[in-house]
Design a protein around this ligand. Sequence first.
Ligand SMILES: Cc1cc2nc3c(=O)[nH]c(=O)nc-3n(C[C@H](O)[C@H](O)[C@H](O)COP(=O)(O)OP(=O)(O)OC[C@H]3O[C@@H](n4cnc5c(N)ncnc54)[C@H](O)[C@@H]3O)c2cc1C
Length: 464
Amino acid sequence: MKDHYQLLIIGGGPAGLAAATIASSKGVTCALLDEQPAPGGQIYRSIESVPEKRAEKLGTEYLRGKELASAFRACEAEYFPETRVWSLSSQREVGVLHKGKSKIISADQILVASGAMERPVPFPGWTLPGVMQAGAGQILFKSSGIVPSDGVVLAGSGPLLLLLAWQYMNVGVEIKAILDVTPLSNHLLALPKLPRALLAHHYLTKGLIYQRDLKRAGVNTKIGASLLQAEGDDCLDTIRYRHFGREHTIKTDLLLTHFGVIPQIALTQAVGCKHQWDDSQQCWRPEHDEWGSTSIDGIIVAGDGAGINGARSAEHAGRLAGLQALFALGVISQIERDQQSIEDRQWMKDERHIRPFLEAYFAVPQTMLATTNNETIICRCEEITAGQIRKAVESGHQDSNHVKFLTRCGMGACQGRQCSNAVAHIVADSGGQAISEQSHFRGRPPVTPLTLMQLADLNEEESL
Ligand SMILES: Cc1cc2nc3c(=O)[nH]c(=O)nc-3n(C[C@H](O)[C@H](O)[C@H](O)COP(=O)(O)OP(=O)(O)OC[C@H]3O[C@@H](n4cnc5c(N)ncnc54)[C@H](O)[C@@H]3O)c2cc1C
């Protein structure tokens, strides 16, 4: 790994791969750093090594990743897998952990294409062993072919929940139930956005096919389930929920939940980019222009890390960001950038027709985001409950960072990645105020866990 590159790309999903392929074709020194062992990111995880039979079960959308990964492999960009970025500064210096050693490298332009993470939504019992996020289930399936052997209950809201149910059904996993917590009122709220969504009808068709196949397979789907609770002494034993005014229970030792995805903003926060709360996507995202340029010179964002728009949009946004980096480096002119991006910009526009409908339809209910009961653990690292957070707000601390100092929520190993959103929702709800940029925990490096030994390894003189 060199000490300096013209372009450094963080993230090997569709956005990062597309950006690296286009930028390196113009001869700039370019490196792509990614914590995964192979290219593909979340959606195309293990795409190069997955057995053909498993790939087919994962669906045609997954197979699209093959082309992207092979174009990237053929390009001139240097590739560093299993490399974690733990800091980013406005001087465009990047702290990386590569082969167990820390190093600081720099670049003229940096593209953050760090993708999305599943939205953590605390509910009673969510920390019990046996309760996992659906994405984790999908990661095990994609990377190792591991699927639940004794059945599973899927609960939550969002397209990924439906997709995973369909993928599991394809390989014969027993789906005991799908508990869809999407409120029925969302259907009405989403209706006015349907005409525009029809312009991207392939997404709607896909969703309807999944639903049809699951119904034909006899999968029990409870639409409008509420008051989800996971129960058990040492591990999950029972799920309790309400449906049309009646309480129900299901015996199971595995519950996979999903409540949509949100941008991974740890790095853009650490560098100090301006962020905004996106009401429709119920998350923060870095502010950026149509090329991905952020409020900080030389820091560009693309893909789901810039705002949730899906894998195909991420690929187009990656190419736009790659062209923008080439323009900023003086390799291509503005006219060349604009001309070479016409198709990608059009594709992105077309892809986005579906978003307002999806966002309204799958919006997570406020009852789950902000008004969970006082006993529910919100910060699982430090075991801080919703009640403790509300008490801090009642004593006059109406800001997430004050609540953090007072209660220690967000100070554990995950650095608040798991509880930041939930704390902001509870603080805003208890204090009767709206969520803003200030509601987020301040981001500081290291953004991912780093041992003292790894930090001490850093020989600044040598690496700068
Ligand atoms: C768990 C999960 C599963 C998903 N599955 C699907 C699916 O099956 N189908 C679908 O349509 N959509 C899926 N999505 C949504 C999908 O991820 C995105 O739409 C798409 O992958 C976005 O592409 P991207 O390039 O922006 O980011 P990603 O594909 O997420 O790629 C980002 C990459 O950056 C890496 N990274 C992040 N931070 C760092 C760091 N600090 N240092 C080094 N590397 C870093 C990540 O490990 C990842 O490899 C999933 C999302 C999640 C969270």
